[in-house]
Design a protein around this ligand. Structure first.
Ligand code: UD1
Length: 426
């Protein structure tokens, strides 16, 4: 249980300017990818978040020399001292993306023993497509207890994903970057961080083409060299801030973002009646009239991202009319709406569809974050509710949002921490 809770007194329009941090989902792929290099690499614009801290611990355990400066948002990793191909379950269970060490270690030394990944409980999250790709590239893969064990010299091959998977595509890219020969990934995911990983690999001398389309071609290179690389801004943090601005009927400009990555959300906010304008690297979100209800169906990029479904459906609880939200990517991603019922939200959930009947007011209540984006959704809910919302288990939010409290406070939000009393038996 987290030792503190977040208290948010809602109803204050967010106003002013803020900035977006480096991408979580890209950082957690790019950092393990450094293992493919023969020389030190430096990554800049990293978010100072819990998931990055876990990766630093794992790299150090593997024998890499890591110099991480959270304030400077920079990491330098010298992978030359890596002396093991094992990431124990004790470490892997701390985050989802620990499974990228499978692809990275296979690519580096042809062998990887990595514990099953942890991460958010948003439904069943199989890794069959990752393992299928490793096998296609020449690995023998065994699942032993809590460990996935893969071994074999990586040889270029065709891999057809039965299902579009971000993690599977990334893991296959990592395993194939140094394989002998050519690899083609069919039905690949197209998310911005897949393009970012390809750009990082290419900056080390890899030959990856087609990232951002559904066919990625990789010509394996035996040696990759050091690189200094800056990761892209966080698409989901940008979206969460946009939604928070709309939810409080504020006027917020978010700097340092990539507006083209936000098109699915921007289109929905415009449909709701929110004003969204952008320049090359900034987005301004304003609300002048009431919000209309809209329907949402999550999809792979460039469709509406599942990671923004949760904050967006929180916003829809106060829109005028009924909204239908269909979650197609993960099974269990409406837990925040159940919590929000306590705040006055009117919601019916039928399997992976939520029907949201907009209400005119939400009221502060105690709620519990159940995963990272559910936590973000409850922050949005707290910001738009009357009175004070107490969010328990806010540690989930820290896994993926850098300095979210400070950022919201700088826009005028009333958000603070309070210790949670430890339970006693008497
Ligand atoms: C990544 C993101 C996560 C986002 C998700 C979907 C990172 C670190 N995380 O997660 O924030 O919510 O993409 O955009 O980038 N699947 C299989 N077999 C597999 C792999 C996946 O059936 O081997 C299924 C999953 O259960 C899910 C769907 O495919 O239903 C998509 O999952 P995937 O794209 O792999 O998501 P993640 O990489 O886990």
């Amino acid at each position: 249980m987290d030792s503190y809770k977040l208290l948010i007194t809602g109803g204050i329009p967010l106003m002013g300017e803020t900035y977006v941090s480096g991408g979580k989902n890209t950082s957690v792929a790019v950092i393990p990818a450094i293992l493919l290099s023969d020389e030190p690499c430096t990554i800049e614009n990293l978010p100072d978040i819990e998931d990055v801290h876990v990766l630093v611990d794992i790299l150090r355990d593997l024998g890499a020399k890591v110099d991480f400066d959270g304030r400077e948002r920079r990491i330098t990793v010298d992978p030359r001292g890596v002396n093991t191909h094992t990431v124990p379950y004790r470490q892997s269970k701390r985050m989802r993306a620990s499974y990228y060490f499978l692809g990275a270690l296979l690519g580096r030394c042809g062998q990887a023993d990595v514990g099953y990944p942890g991460g958010c409980t948003i439904g069943n999250r199989p890794v069959d497509q990752h393992l299928k790709a490793f096998r296609a590239l020449g690995a023998e893969v065994e699942e032993r207890g809590a460990i996935i064990s893969a071994k074999g010299k990586m040889m270029g091959a065709g891999v057809f994903f039965d299902k579009i998977t971000v993690g599977g595509t990334i893991n296959a890219m990592l395993a194939a970057a140094k394989a002998e020969g050519n690899t083609i990934l069919y039905n690949a995911a197209k998310e911005p961080h897949i393009v970012d990983l390809a750009n990082f690999l290419n900056s080390m001398g890899a030959k990856v083409k087609g990232a951002g389309t559904d066919t990625i071609r990789i010509t394996g290179r035996p040696h990759l060299h050091g690189s200094v690389y800056t990761v892209i801004p966080d698409q989901i943090e940008t979206g969460t801030l946009m939604i928070a601005a709309a939810a409080t009927r504020g006027d917020v400009t978010i700097h340092g973002c990539i507006p083209t990555h936000m098109e699915a959300l921007t289109a929905k906010l415009l449909e709701m009646g929110v004003q969204v304008t952008d320049t090359d690297d900034a987005i301004r979100v304003r609300t002048v009239r009431g919000h209309r209800a809209v329907n949402i169906k999550t999809q792979e990029y460039p469709g509406f991202p599942t990671d923004l479904q949760q904050p967006m459906s929180a916003l829809l609880t106060k829109a005028g009319g009924d909204s239908i939200v269909i979650e197609t990517i993960f099974e269990s991603r409406f837990k925040h709406l159940n919590e929000m019922r306590r705040m006055g939200a009117r919601v019916q959930i039928l399997d992976q569809t939520a029907i949201i009947e907009g209400v005119s007011e939400l009221y502060g209540a105690p709620v519990t974050a159940t995963d990272l984006r559910a936590g973000a959704a409850l922050v949005v809910a707290g910001l738009m509710a009357k009175g004070t919302t107490e969010i328990y288990e806010p540690g989930f939010i820290e896994r993926g949002y850098e300095h979210i409290e400070e950022k919201l406070r700088s826009l005028g939000a009333d958000i603070r921490r309070e210790p949670v009393e430890a339970k006693t038996d008497n």
